[in-house]
Write a protein that binds this ligand. Structure first.
Ligand SMILES: Nc1nc2c(ncn2[C@@H]2O[C@H](COP(=O)(O)OP(=O)(O)OP(=O)(O)O)[C@@H](O)[C@H]2O)c(=O)[nH]1
Ligand SMILES: [Mg+2]
Length: 504
C-alpha cells in the first residue's frame, strides 16, 4: 500500500472519530436538555435519533457494497444450449454411421469433417464468408474491412485462387470473427470450376454470408444466392463499386435489388458500398484516393452478429452436422445396397441351378425357389437387422404368394421364354426357361427385400405388392432382359450342356 493511501486512510479515520465524538456530545447535551422537561421524552428522542442513524449507516453500507463489490468476469455467451446439444447429439449419431463406412478414403474424409465441426463447436468463432462473382470486389472488401491490404486485388477475374481466412474483431461482438475471402464463382475454365466448388462449399459452411455483386443481380448470381439463403444461410447482399454510379442510378439499382431478393433477404440487408474506389486525378494534377465506403456494412454486420450471432452459430452447426449425416447416410446406403445385391446375385444363380435340374410343377417350384429364407436373413443382416430363420421364412412365404397373385411368375416366364427361345437349342429350352425364371424371380424377391430393409422394415404405404410390382417393372426393360439372358445362359444352360456332353 502506498504511503499517500495510508495517510488518506488515517486522516479519514480521524475525521470519522471526530464526527463520532461530536455526535455523542451533541446527543448527550440534547438528552440532558430534554431530561429537564421529561426524562421519558428524552429517552424516546435519543432512541429515535439512534435508530435513524442506524438506518442511514445500513443504507450507506449497502450502497458502498454495491459500488465496491468485485465484478464477476462477464461470461462468454454460449451457443444456445438446446440447439448446441441437438448438434452434438446429431454428431454422435453421424459418427456411428461413419464408423460403418468401409471405404477407407471416404471414412477418413467424413471423420475429418466431423472433427472440424466439433472443433468449431468448441471454439465458437463466427465465420463470415465473402462470396460472389469474379472481380466483383470481394478481396477489395476484405481489405477494406480489415483496414489493410491482405489480399491481391486485380481487374481480371480469377485474381484470388485460394480461399484466405483472416481473424478480426468488431466492437461489441464478443466472439472472434473469421473472415474468408473466396475465389470468384462463374470463372471460365476447369480451374475456375474446381475453385467454384470450393467457394460454394465454404459459403454453405458460413455463419454469415457477404454476397458481393457490382451491378444488378445476374441470373447466375441470383440462383446461388437464392439457394443459399433459402437453405437458411444468413446473408447480406453487398452491392459494391457504388462510386461508378450517380446517386439516382444507385437508388434505382438498390431498390430493384431489394425487390428481386424480397422474400429471402430483408431490404436492410441489401447494402451499397465502395470497397476500393479508384484513384482520381484532380484538376491541380494531384492524385486523390478516397477512402473505402463500407461503414453501413460494418454497422449492419456488427448488429447482426451482436443480436443473432449465437443463434447463427447454433443453427449453422446443426445444419452442417445434418448435412454430414445425410451424406454419410447416402454413402452407407450405397455400400449396403452393393453388399445386398451381391447376396441376391449369389442366391439367384444358386436357385437357378437347383430348379433347372429338378422336374417339379413349374409355378409351385418357381414361387418356392424365388424366396429363400436364408437370403432374407442375410439381406437383413446387411441392414443391421438380426432376424431368425423362422421370421425369414414367414416373410419369404408371403412374398412368394404376392409374386404368384400379382402374376409376376407367369409374366417372368413369358418374358424369358421369348428371349431364350431364339438363343438356346430346342432340347434345352424347357430347363433353361425354368432355371432363368427362378433366377429372375429370386432377383425380384431379393430387390423387394432390399427396399423393405432400407425403409427400416417397412413396405411403405402401398404395402408389399406395390414394392414387388415396382421391382418387376424396373427389371423388365428390354436392355436388362437381354443382359440377364446372357448371364442365364452362362450360369444355367452352359452347365447343363456340359453335363450332357460329359455323359455322352
Ligand atoms: N470503381 C471501383 N472499383 C473497385 C471497387 N472495389 C473493387 N474494385 C476493382 O474491381 C476489380 C476487382 O477487385 P477484386 O477485389 O480483385 O475482386 P475479386 O472479387 O476479389 O476478384 P477475384 O478474386 O478475381 O474473384 C479491381 O480492379 C478493383 O480495383 C470499388 O469500390 N470501386
Ligand atoms: Mg479476389
Amino acid at each position: 500500500m502506498s504511503r499517500s493511501r495510508l495517510l488518506q486512510i488515517i486522516v479519514g479515520l480521524l475525521v470519522m472519530l471526530g464526527l463520532l465524538l461530536w455526535l455523542i456530545s451533541t446527543l448527550a447535551s440534547l438528552h440532558a436538555g430534554l431530561a429537564g422537561l421529561s426524562p421519558v421524552l428524552a429517552d424516546l428522542a435519543l432512541w429515535v435519533i439512534l435508530g435513524l442513524i442506524a438506518i442511514l449507516l445500513a443504507a450507506l453500507g449497502y450502497y458502498a457494497y454495491l459500488f465496491f463489490r468485485p465484478q464477476r468476469p462477464r461470461e462468454r455467451p454460449q451457443v444456445p444450449e438446446v440447439k448446441a446439444e441437438a448438434a452434438a447429439e446429431n454428431l454422435r449419431a453421424v459418427r456411428q454411421q461413419v464408423d460403418q463406412i468401409q471405404d477407407e478414403v471416404a471414412r477418413q474424409a467424413f471423420e475429418e469433417r466431423s472433427r472440424e465441426i466439433e472443433a468449431y463447436l468448441a471454439r465458437g468463432e463466427i465465420r463470415v464468408v465473402v462470396f460472389g462473382t469474379g472481380s466483383a470486389g470481394k478481396t477489395s472488401l476484405v481489405n477494406a474491412i480489415l483496414g489493410q491490404m491482405v489480399g491481391q486485388v486485380g481487374a481480371a477475374m480469377g485474381t484470388t485462387t485460394q480461399p484466405q481466412t483472416y481473424k478480426f474483431r468488431l466492437p461489441h461482438v464478443e466472439r472472434e470473427i473469421w473472415l474468408t475471402d473466396t475465389p470468384g464463382i462463374l470463372e471460365a475454365g476447369v480451374a475456375g470450376t474446381g475453385r467454384e466448388v470450393q467457394a460454394r462449399e465454404m459459403a454453405s459452411n458460413a455463419d454469415l454470408l457477404l454476397f458481393v455483386i457490382d451491378n444488378d443481380l445476374r441470373k447466375s448470381e441470383y440462383d446461388p444466392l437464392r439457394s443459399l439463403a433459402v437453405m437458411g444461410k444468413r446473408s447480406i447482399l453487398v452491392f459494391n463499386k457504388t462510386d461508378l454510379f450517380t446517386t439516382e442510378e444507385l437508388e434505382a439499382i438498390r431498390l430493384h435489388l431489394q425487390q428481386r431478393v424480397q422474400g429471402f433477404i430483408a431490404p436492410v440487408d441489401v447494402i451499397a458500398v465502395a470497397a476500393n474506389p479508384p484513384e482520381v486525378r484532380l484538376e491541380s494534377g494531384d492524385r486523390f484516393q478516397s477512402a473505402p465506403e463500407i461503414l453501413p456494412l460494418l454497422r449492419r454486420m456488427a448488429a447482426i452478429l451482436r443480436d443473432e450471432g449465437e443463434d447463427l452459430i447454433a443453427d449453422n452447426i446443426l445444419l452442417q452436422s445434418q448435412r454430414l449425416g445425410e451424406e454419410a447416410r447416402q454413402i452407407l446406403d450405397a455400400q449396403r445396397r452393393r453388399q445386398a445385391e451381391a447376396i441376391v446375385d449369389r442366391y439367384q444363380w444358386i436357385g437357378a441351378g437347383v430348379v433347372s435340374v429338378m422336374p417339379l410343377p413349374m409355378v409351385d417350384l418357381l414361387a418356392a425357389a424365388a424366396v429363400n429364407a436364408q437370403m432374407v436373413v442375410e439381406i437383413g443382416e446387411v441392414y443391421g437387422c438380426q432376424m431368425n430363420l423362422e421370421r425369414g421364412k414367414e416373410l419369404a412365404v408371403s412374398l412368394a404368394r404376392t409374386l404368384v397373385s400379382l402374376g409376376v411368375v407367369r409374366g417372368a416366364m413369358e418374358l424369358l421364354s421369348l428371349a431364350l427361345q431364339t438363343n438356346v437349342a430346342t432340347f434345352l429350352v424347357g430347363r433353361a426357361i425354368q432355371g432363368a425364371t427362378a433366377a429372375y424371380l429370386i432377383r425380384i424377391a431379393g430387390k423387394s427385400f432390399i427396399e423393405y430393409f432400407r425403409r427400416d422394415q417397412d413396405w411403405g404405404d402401398g404395402g408389399m405388392s406395390e414394392v414387388v410390382e415396382q421391382q418387376f417393372q424396373l427389371n423388365r426393360r428390354d436392355e436388362f432382359i437381354k443382359l440377364f439372358v446372357q448371364e442365364a445362359i452362362a450360369h444355367v444352360v452352359t452347365p447343363i450342356r456340359d453335363r450332357l456332353d460329359n455323359k455322352q
